[in-house]
Write a protein that binds this ligand. Structure first.
Ligand code: AMP
Length: 543
């Protein structure tokens, strides 16, 4: 797939953003501002304090980061002394937000540093000493640095509280109070929160000055706007989305599908990877000219292209009457856009399917769309390798049935007769089916469920020390190796390949596991038991 040269992004320019920032967004493949960005950016550029009610997935990070970067670039400041402090509830968010600030601000030469608890102090102290423009911190660690005087607040022009409700829920209220009280009086304060709990309103009332409110979770869509289609979602970590998508396409076998992505870059990358997996996919985004669009659309209508990967902007004016599947590769930033997208399926009384891939952190945005459309989106586990194999076997059975009815076995019968002299005829047939059903190379990897315990750093087949575990039950309780492996694989982050030898005795069993995961396995087995029985599990002392 040819990469298209970036076209200008007028939507962002009209918000009053510096051309260098607009260029950075264009290079990232953003086609137009999201709703929260369109509303918040001009107000923040004016220097107003702001309360934004928006969940993850709405584009809120860019909504506060872009104005902050622009202000920093303009201000006469001591280089390296922090001009902005962004407070976030978790380490993951600190890293993500710092990364976003870095990406947007690179062209302006603005630096960002994530500072969070649980990480070594040394590195953070050195980085702060060297100097940084934007500090993205969890409240506890920020306070630590303030007290050590490694984080100075006197040069701050902007303070952002991101996911304020989460910070309150995590017990950071006092820390936030202490931090905010120590910042300069002449500052811009911005607060983002998915909900407006009383404690969030209280901190806003105390520290924000005449704030404007921007709430994108307001209008309920009328009932008639939302079409009736099968609406499902898969919760999957970003790293596994591509694999999950091809699994779902395999299972759903869409006659014609539209896949929506947030950015041009994503559209191009996804189209490339789908094409590499043998899917007939084409891309459509704002960087394409009319002739390219016409060509792609003609191919889609003629069904030579079965999957169209598009941004919202590119899809807006399209005359597509019906697609069997609409797939949201990300949770859309607004319910309106969700409704527009899925409106392309389930038309004219035909059954339509809308599938949304959501990262765990976008859960709230998904629920918000559900409540605004007043329609249930069913969250399903990503189909497993076993599901896929079962489906393929079903399809194979159907093909065999057709072949049997069709007859024409000349030449084949001799093979069967020869083998039948040697083997059971049932085995001959089963072996033939196995050869036909040989799994394809792309479906051997299981896709982890993000709701399960965190993946361990121990990889399958990782060499390294093993630890022997003692399990207080064995043959007398009808425990077999498969029961132990099954319980461990289901309830811990280990896979079967990383387990060592298993010994089953009358009254106890032993299993070798990677030493680094021993405690995790013990905890998991104690919690869930084996074959429904709670058993004593401990490290084997005889070793
Ligand atoms: P957030 O709600 O800030 O976590 O952003 C959600 C995702 O949307 C991030 O991956 C951003 O990179 C992306 N994003 C933010 N603004 C836009 C935009 N205007 N167009 C496309 N993608 C965006």
């Amino acid at each position: 797939m040819k990469k298209t040269p970036p076209a200008s992004t007028p939507g962002f320019a009209t918000l009053g953003l510096d051309p260098r920032l607009v260029d950075a967004l264009t290079a990232l493949g953003y086609e137009e501002p999201t709703e929260i960005q369109a509303q918040a950016i001009p107000l923040l550029l004016e220097g107003r304090d702001l309360i934004g009610q928006a969940a993850t997935g709405t584009g809120k990070t860019a909504a506060f980061a872009l104005p902050l970067l622009q202000t920093l670039a303009k201000a006469e400041r001591k280089r390296g002394a922090p001009g902005a402090l962004i407070l976030v509830p978790t380490r993951e968010l600190a890293m993500q937000v710092a990364e976003a600030v870095h990406r947007y601000g690179r062209a302006l030469g603005i630096t960002a540093l994530p500072v969070y608890g649980g990480a070594a102090m040394d590195g953070q102290l050195r980085a702060l000493k060297r100097g940084v423009d934007v500090v993205v911190a969890t409240p506890g660690r920020a306070l630590d640095h303030i007290q050590r005087k490694s984080l100075k607040l006197d040069t701050l022009g902007t303070v952002v509280l991101d996911e304020a409700d989460e910070m309150m829920d995590m017990g950071f209220a006092e820390d936030l109070d202490a931090i905010l009280a120590a910042t300069p009086v002449e500052r811009q304060t911005v607060l983002f929160s998915a909900t407006m709990a009383p404690r969030v309103s209280a901190i806003a009332a105390k520290y924000l000055r005449d704030p404007v409110r921007v709430n994108i979770a307001h209008e309920r869509l009328s009932h008639t706007e939302a079409p009736r289609v099968r609406q499902e979602a898969y919760m999957v970590a970003r790293a596994h989305k591509g694999a999950a998508l091809s699994r779902v396409l395999d299972i759903e076998q869409p006659a014609s599908a539209m896949i929506f992505c947030r950015t041009r870059t994503e559209v191009d990358e996804l189209t490339e990877s789908l094409t590499a997996r043998g899917v007939r996919a084409s891309s459509l985004h704002g960087g394409h000219n009319q002739a390219q669009r016409d060509r792609v659309m003609a191919a889609f209508r003629a069904k030579t292209v079965e999957v169209l990967v598009a941004t919202d902007v590119a899809a807006r004016g399209l005359d597509v009457k019906h697609v069997s599947h609409v797939i949201n590769y990300d949770v859309p930033a607004a319910a309106e856009s969700y409704v527009h997208r899925i409106g392309r399926t389930g038309r004219a009384g035909r059954e339509g399917v809308a599938i949304t891939f959501a990262e765990p952190r976008e859960h709230r945005q998904l629920r918000l769309i559900e409540s605004e459309t007043r329609q249930k989106i069913i969250v399903k586990p990503v189909p497993t390798v076993a599901d896929l194999r079962a489906l393929r076997l079903e399809a194979l059975q159907a093909r065999l049935r057709d072949a049997i009815v069709e007859g024409q076995f000349e030449g084949m019968r001799t093979v069967v007769e020869t083998l039948a002299g040697e083997f059971d005829i049932m085995d001959v047939a089963a072996a033939a089916v196995r050869l036909l059903a040989a799994p394809q190379s792309d479906d051997v990897e299981e896709i982890p469920d993000p709701k399960a315990p965190k993946p361990s750093k121990v990889r399958a087949n990782a060499p390294g020390p093993r630890e022997r575990l003692f399990i207080g039950g064995g043959r007398k309780l009808k425990i077999r190796p498969g029961d132990i492996v099954g319980a461990i694989v289901t309830h811990s982050s280990l896979d079967a390949k990383s387990l060592g030898s298993i010994v089953i005795q009358d009254r106890h069993s032993l299993i070798d596991v990677p030493a680094g995961s021993a405690q995790e396995v013990i905890d998991a087995l104690q919690r869930t038991g084996i074959k429904g029985k709670k058993l004593l599990i401990r490290k084997d002392s005889k070793r």
